[in-house]
Design a protein. Sequence first.
Length: 286
Amino acid sequence: MKVGITGAYGFVGSHLLDALISMSGVEVEPFDKRRHNLLQIESLRSFVEGKEVIIHLAGLNRDTNENLIKVNTLGTLNLLEALTAYAKRDIRLIYMSSFQVYKEPKRSELINELHPTHPKNIYGVSNKAAEEIISCYSFGSIVFRGSNFFGPRCKPYYNSVISTFCDLLSKSESFTVYGSGEQGRDFLYISDVIEVLLRAIHYKPEGVEIVNLCCGKVVTINQIIRILSEISGRTTKVEYQDGSQDEEVIWRGDNTKCREKFNWIPKIEIKEGLKLTYEWFKRNGR
């Protein structure tokens, strides 16, 4: 099986690339920015030709609004155009979207795939637009709506509160929390993410199938701080600052569809995942 990965050197992509390289019967090609450009369709020809599966992980989480739309939305459109022009007719696409496409939930509301979509920021809009574009093409596609992924290699001070806290704790620096700290998120450890993606490359979707990729449990910011303090044996100052109403929202996903479709359950509990993540930051001196 020949598989191509965009975003192969990012957080999720690098873990997936390692896993695919070690699999027998799989030939994987990481997207090479020196040869390919998501904003230039012709440059994608050699990347998509001959592949059976394309896993599209490339994207920006934080940048200017213009760049978010350009990379996340237009980049996806160009990839689809390249697949149409140069790939096998039975090519399959796996796209990593985000929970940010959903309408903000009411407190304790469980988010399944039928939950209304109404992004509150341009990042969410860029992902939702990419999803809509994918639905206009005839490829068998899986759109994963990811919750909050965490683990070793995840970039701190970018889009992961856990990585940021692990880095600050390893340096004995204080934490800043916006809001009460009782806001909750659905955190999924990276090895559980990769397990689903590895199973998905063998799955043949009918049309476009949307699947939540999440843990299904809520952990608050205050709980993360308490667990990390216990794991590390360190106490650190926590500074609470006023936050927007958004900071108090509880996001919890329903992963029933993912569990049933891929015969999968999350294996790494939050305490174990935090321990593995903190130890990695400590070893790597981030």
